[in-house]
Design a protein around this ligand. Structure first.
Ligand code: GRG
Length: 296
């Protein structure tokens, strides 16, 4: 398959739906809606939504049924980036190649834009006029999964430990906790919730969740490596900040070569989970391989 063409089509599908389902820019108060849209449409690979669509299709479901879920995941992800960039957290000036939300709108509106994206994401997930082909039971299960992954037992928990670990000497298991929660949880939930919407059996669901967990951890290990070796122009953000802030990262703990090897092993393990799905998981296969090659 042509991954580049596939990703482009999927990004267009997600972006079109986000345009339709997000409050319009001229909706009162326009400042908050402008701030929400500014970060959401600043670019971004749309990895989490694309994984949700692919998760649904891998188990025989329709991508269109998973589109509200896909959009909600991108909204949650974008909220986490806006808050992560705030002076109280990583204090970054550049994201997705543009000045960060608080640089453009001020800290107050940036906090609120993140809050609103998170809230609207769950509003979207409960819209009964969308996802009409999906039973309420499956929808509810997907919503619960996303909520857990975004909350204090998932992404927020990982982010909290990431902040607390700054400048500290930590154990390897805590490093893995941080990475698998601050980044891995939402990525794993994207594939797993997509699978639920697509009508996965319990076995299919667990297999795709395991694939997502391996992929999510690999994704953050590569992110750590890109912070050292990546090009700011391609990444759309500054590099080298992990080291200067004393962040808990894989390269800081294991070194560059070993970290790279661990990411490769995680992707190999992710691919092994896909043996259950011969042909229909090809997008998930290609995405896993792409994670290792990505430059942004
Ligand atoms: C609630 C105050 C408050 C803050 C929440 C939870 C949180 C802050 C932040 C999440 C942690 C985080 C930002 C992890 C980094 C994950 C990561 C690798 C982001 C980059 O993802 P990409 O490469 O970005 O998919 P694009 O721009 O392509 O979407």
């Amino acid at each position: 398959m042509n991954l580049r063409a596939y990703l482009k089509l999927r990004r267009q599908m997600v972006d079109g739906a986000l345009q339709r389902w997000l409050p319009a820019e001229n909706e009162f108060p326009p400042e908050i809606h402008r701030a929400m849209r500014y970060s959401l449409f600043a670019g971004g690979k749309r990895l989490r939504p694309i994984l949700a669509l692919a998760g649904a299709e891998t188990v025989g479901g329709k991508a269109v049924d998973a589109l509200p879920l896909a959009c909600s995941l991108e909204m949650i992800h974008t909220y986490s980036l806006i808050h992560d960039d705030l002076p109280a957290m990583d204090d970054d000036d550049l994201r997705r190649g543009q000045p960060t939300s608080h640089k453009v709108f001020g800290e107050g509106l940036a906090v609120l834009a993140g809050d609103a994206l998170l809230t609207e994401a769950f509003y979207l997930l409960t819209r009964t006029d969308l996802m009409t082909g999906v039973s309420p039971r499956r929808r509810l299960r997907a919503i619960r999964l996303v909520a857990r992954a975004a909350g204090s037992l998932g992404m927020i928990g990982g982010q909290a430990m990431d902040i607390l670990a700054e400048g500290q000497k930590i154990e390897g298991h805590l490093l893995e906790y941080i990475h698998s929660h601050k980044t891995g949880a939402l990525i794993a939930a994207s594939v797993a919730a997509g699978a639920i919407i697509g009508g996965a059996s319990e076995r299919e669901f667990k297999t795709l969740r395991s694939y997502g967990e391996k992929l999510g951890l690999a994704f953050q290990v590569i992110d750590d490596l890109l912070d050292i070796r990546g090009e700011p122009r391609k990444l759309g953000k500054s590099t080298g900040k992990d080291r200067s802030r004393g962040k808990a990262t894989y390269p800081a703990f294991f070194g560059i070569t070993d970290s790279r090897r661990q990411a490769e092993v995680l992707v190999e393990e992710a691919l092994l989970h896909l043996r259950l799905f011969p042909g229909q998981a090809n997008p998930l296969r290609e995405i896993a391989k792409y994670i290792l090659k990505r430059t942004n």
